[in-house]
Design a protein. Structure first.
Length: 220
């Protein structure tokens, strides 16, 4: 049943919601948000205890195509849930949280452009009550264990040219993380990579996964 303050999904609203979702899915920043979080493979054993309502762009698109949404607001709230989940689980300093915040801004811009009469969903993650632990995390800008594992796994998928580009970034920005064993072998000590360099490397890996060519200039 549609409530008085809710907007039924007619043909025009359906078209606009599909456009919003497709633009988000097509974004180079949305790779991590297009499918459900594979918490088992990633070893995120506490994911379902922290995230009560998992959501992703692909699931939203399927629900929209299957007419599972009764109103526009229900679909938009599910999309907002994606960004809220990411921020809640990964914390404010994570590189993937920063990606979600970027996508959230784009999402709200699309809603404003396509559905100007609809109230833009608000994040359920409140920043007013910040604990001492979170303040300390933001100050130190720490890298989580899960991020280090993901980074290590991503390195194994890179080709030699891409590895070389990352080594150049690390040698320049975080030299203590690079150890030359001999002329043909080296080690990257992830624990010694500072937060800014780690984020820079993750963003570069992300761009390669999204199809960017290695011959494009790598920012150091």
């Amino acid at each position: 049943m549609i409530k008085e303050n809710q907007t039924p999904i007619n043909k025009e609203e359906l078209k606009k919601l599909n456009q919003i979702l497709q633009q988000l899915i097509d974004s180079n920043d949305s790779l991590e948000f297009r499918q459900p979080v594979d918490h088992k493979t990633l070893g995120l054993h506490d994911y379902l205890s922290v995230i009560k309502k998992p959501m992703d762009l692909g699931t939203c698109q399927k629900k929209l195509q299957n007419s599972e949404y009764k109103c526009v607001e229900e679909c938009l709230n599910d999309i907002q849930q994606i960004w809220d989940n990411c921020k809640l689980y990964n914390g404010p300093s994570s590189w993937i949280t920063k990606l979600s915040e970027k996508l959230e801004k784009s999402f709200k811009k699309y809603v404003k452009n396509y559905l100007p009469l609809i109230n833009i969903p608000q994040s359920s993650i409140k920043v007013k009550k910040v604990t001492e632990e979170v303040v300390q995390e933001e100050t130190q800008q720490t890298i989580s264990h899960n991020e280090k594992v993901e980074f290590s796994n991503n390195l194994k998928q890179l080709n030699p040219d891409q590895i070389g580009a990352l080594v150049k970034i690390i040698q320049t920005s975080s030299p203590s993380a690079f150890v030359e064993v001999n002329k043909e072998r080296f080690q990257i000590i992830i624990d010694n990579i500072d937060f800014d360099t780690f984020t820079k490397c993750q963003n570069q890996i992300q761009s390669w996964m999204n199809g960017e060519e290695i011959n494009k200039k790598v920012k150091i």
